[in-house]
Design a protein around this ligand. Structure first.
Ligand SMILES: [Zn+2]
Length: 144
């Protein structure tokens, strides 16, 4: 299937000129069935591998941020200064593996919240997004 028009439109709507590099970025981000979580560095590696050319960080940043502004991507900031972007822009939860720095979606229906704090005066809830941090469960080996 040819998604060229789909990608070109997405770039134009975001105020970006559809260059070869940006189309390659679009293809990586929006041609997959599953949610894609990535950092700018990870995206750079994948994109450069795909088009076999260097892509400047500036191009990556301005493309990703333009998509984010338009609501096509969601930014997720985690501990440290790791910033992830998510192609699933709805409010949802994540597992975060601190060892591999990988995010995985958790379906909203798999988390129930049954005790809720009082919301500060004058505020409303914008969204509830839970990050569950995971690490390897190393079991000590017994010497027989
Ligand atoms: Zn996600």
């Amino acid at each position: 299937m040819d998604h060229l028009k789909f990608h070109t439109d997405k770039l134009r709507v975001s105020g970006l000129r559809p260059t070869k590099q940006r189309l390659a970025i679009c293809k990586i981000l929006f041609s997959r069935k599953e949610t894609f979580h990535f950092t700018i560095d990870q995206l750079k590696k994948i994109a450069e591998k795909n088009i076999k050319k260097k892509i400047s960080l500036a191009t990556l940043y301005n493309t990703v941020h333009a998509f984010e502004k338009k609501g096509y991507l969601k930014e997720i900031s985690l501990k440290g200064n790791k910033t992830f972007f998510d192609t699933n822009t709805r409010s949802h939860h994540h597992f975060y593996d601190e060892e591999t720095a990988q995010l995985t979606d958790i379906k909203n229906e798999n988390i129930f919240i049954n005790n809720f704090p009082k919301i500060p005066n004058g505020k409303k809830i914008k969204g509830i997004e839970i990050t569950i941090k995971v690490a390897s469960n190393y079991q000590k080996q017994k010497n027989n």
